[in-house]
Design a protein. Structure first.
Length: 672
């Protein structure tokens, strides 16, 4: 008699099933409703096809569309395969490579037939229609195990040179799988997949764009076309996502940065920002705000060098872990012509010392801490710096203000005793909370735990992770309200870290602030203090930032507020605009009074229609337009047009000044 399989279910029950049974059979045995709803399964924790047989006794959790994370990953993976099949169906001779699921969709890299140009946006409607045909055909997606040689033979026979190359590198002893779509198309893939193409909603995807991509990411290899799409479980989700994309496009900080004349970027300084007066005014306000917050929290501000000897970075461990992202500068001996007006021909001396431009401020802060002898009575010491750093990001990864090569952090390092760690982290949690609330953000707090490759002992990592947990709990944030979550393997190589993930006005999240509990760097750089026992002890070093970087935080603010910054941050807080030139004198008087009250104000006395002026200043996102004509001049009034509001409000000039002065006061300086 054949021994039955024992399949344990989440509710604690056990189903006995025949050998060769599948998760689909278990679902059917439980009931027709579940049989219809189940789309995949977790077998002993591994996500698998619903029709893949059990290999033995197992723990089973059936996956339905309510398990959105798993369901979306499966759907997007399937959409990618359907895309590849559709392209090859429409354009015979197309070679396929690989196509993964992404955070909001999928893509596939393909090589167009030699007889035609690379695929373009014009091809996407036809490809979408073919994808819908394949989905509606409800083609079974069937898993098979093949040998490496079978794969090589198939791809070489069909002229799939990219797939053949990849197959030749696969290990012979590894289980290699392919998935059939119906009877006539297959791709090699680890899976899992849905049971059939018909499990996808044909109205829940959209192809969005095409881009160039090199085979295996190497520019020396052939260029492919990457076709991107977004995929969801139903049309409602797709429409909501497309609406978010439209709103995000309107809020793009690069577009608004041009319209508001805030900054620009250009080839002559890859990844570095040229701040215009308007943009730098935002920076200055943020910097002044952060200085007040840090001063109030007991930080001492310092300034450290941009260049330090590479040996310092070797000792800290950054050179070994991070060298490819650092700019190194040799000790050069430039050769110039005698007049000094010709081109220099720099040469590197054979025994040159190498310097590195700092990618972070931490080692320099340790060097400041090490000056003199520190007693335990002086701890904690909180050293802050508006520190300019450089990181050698790839050109293709640069993105406006969000990812740059030169950036400035609201950086600080707290040197404290073991007993002070939890209280210092708790205090930082409260400080960060006050800052984010001043800007109207909600956020989640996450704990990134030890990565696979790391410095330090397991005991130190255990202690550091627990200290962060305890501090968040004492701050009242280790709960669902703050989205508390632990992220295994995502800590830095030297320390676990707390992360603050802000949610913006359209629901996107941005990871900004962090605090890390580090015992590695003080050890590597020989930092110490004299304890109560008269002996040397290592301090714990807390790395922390709230904005993260000024560049990125300003970009986030621009998109969060859609350019309509709070009055206290707006570069120009008000414009006095005239209806007729006879009111110019009164407008100048109003501007003078506003400036005397500390308001950043301009005048617009041009001989233009008032509606033209209103449109222009609305595009520039000026919060308040104070319109004056002869009537306002005679009565000492202004007509206030507030950005985003349809109706203007007529009020005395002095009342408008008081209103603007209140709105222009930074939140940390307001009474109450």
């Amino acid at each position: 008699m054949t021994e039955l399989l024992k399949i344990s279910l989440p509710d604690g029950s056990v189903r006995e099933m025949e050998p060769g049974s599948t998760p689909a059979d278990v679902a059917a045995a439980i009931g027709p409703g579940l049989a219809k709803a189940a789309i995949a399964a977790r077998v002993d924790g591994e996500l698998r096809d619903i029709n893949r047989p059990f290999e033995g006794d197992a723990e089973l959790a059936l996956v339905t569309s309510r398990d959105e994370e798993d369901a979306l990953e499966l759907a997007r993976h399937d959409f990618a395969h359907v895309l590849a099949e559709a392209v090859q169906s429409l354009f015979p001779g197309t070679q396929i490579t690989f196509g993964p699921a992404t955070d909001d969709g999928f893509y596939y890299d393909v090589k167009a037939p030699d007889t035609r140009e690379p695929f373009s946006m014009d091809d996407l409607p036809a490809i979408e229609e073919e994808m819908r045909r394949i989905i509606k055909a409800d083609k079974p997606l069937k898993r098979e195990v093949w040998s490496r040689q079978q794969l090589i033979d198939k791809w070489e026979a069909e002229g799939e040179v990219f797939k053949a190359e990849w197959a030749k590198e696969l290990p012979e002893n590894e289980e290699l799988t392919v998935y059939w779509s119906g009877e006539d198309w297959l791709d090699m893939c680890r899976g899992p997949h849905l049971a059939s193409t018909g499990k996808l909603d044909p109205q829940a995807f959209k192809l969005t764009r095409v881009a160039g991509a090199y085979w295996r990411g190497d520019q020396n290899n052939p260029q492919l076309t990457r076709i991107y799409g977004t995929g969801w479980l139903n049309k409602k989700q797709l429409n909501a996502h497309l609406t978010r994309l439209e709103e995000a496009a309107k809020r793009d900080h690069r577009k608004l940065g041009r319209e508001m004349d805030l900054f620009h970027l250009q080839e002559e300084a890859h990844g570095s920002v040229f701040w215009h007066p308007n943009g730098y005014m935002i920076w200055r306000e943020l910097e002044a705000y952060m200085r007040r917050k840090m001063d109030g929290a007991g930080y001492q501000e310092i300034k450290t060098p941009q260049l330090m000897d590479v040996r310092q970075w070797e000792q800290s461990g950054h050179w070994g872990k991070y060298a490819e992202n650092m700019f190194a500068v040799p000790d050069m001996v430039p050769e110039v012509d005698e007049l000094g007006d010709g081109p220099a021909n720099p040469s590197v001396a054979p025994d040159a010392d190498w310097m590195a431009i700092k990618p972070m401020n931490c080692p320099a802060h340790v060097l400041v801490f090490k000056q003199g002898i520190t007693s335990y009575r002086e701890l904690p010491i909180r050293l802050g710096e508006m520190g300019c750093c450089h990181r050698n990001e790839p050109h293709g990864a640069l993105h406006g203000l969000m990812r740059v090569r030169q950036f400035t952090q609201d950086d600080a390092h707290i040197f404290c005793t073991e007993d002070q760690v939890v209280e210092e982290v708790r205090a930082f949690c409260k400080l960060a909370d006050s800052v984010y609330r001043d800007f109207g953000f909600t956020y989640h707090v996450k704990l990134a735990l030890r990565p696979e490759k790391r410095f330090g002992s397991e005991a130190d990592w255990d202690k550091a992770e627990q200290e962060l947990r305890d501090a968040v709990a004492e701050a009242g944030m280790a709960n669902e309200e703050y989205g508390w979550e632990e992220l295994p393997g995502e800590g830095a190589f030297y320390a676990p870290k707390l992360e603050w993930h802000l949610t913006d006005a359209i629901g996107r999240t941005w990871q900004v602030g962090t605090i890390q509990g580090d015992r590695v760097l003080p050890e590597r750089l020989d930092a110490s203090f004299i304890g109560e026992d008269g002996e040397k002890h290592r301090p714990v070093m807390l790395h922390r930032a709230i904005f993260g970087s000024y560049e990125r935080f300003i970009g986030i603010l621009i998109e969060h507020f859609a350019g309509r910054l709070p009055v206290w941050l707006a570069p120009t807080q008000a414009v006095v605009a005239t209806i007729v030139s006879d009111a110019d004198g009164y407008a100048k008087e109003a501007v003078a009074k506003l400036k005397a009250a500390g308001i950043r104000v301009d005048s617009d006395l041009r001989n233009e229609k008032i509606n033209y002026k209103v449109r222009e200043h609305s595009v520039a996102k000026v919060p308040h337009l104070l319109v004056v004509g002869m009537r306002e001049a005679e009565e000492g009034m202004v007509a206030v047009r507030t950005l985003g509001q349809q109706h203007q409000k007529v009020m005395p000039l002095e009342e408008a000044i008081a209103m603007l002065k209140a709105e222009a006061t930074p939140p940390d300086l307001r009474e109450g």
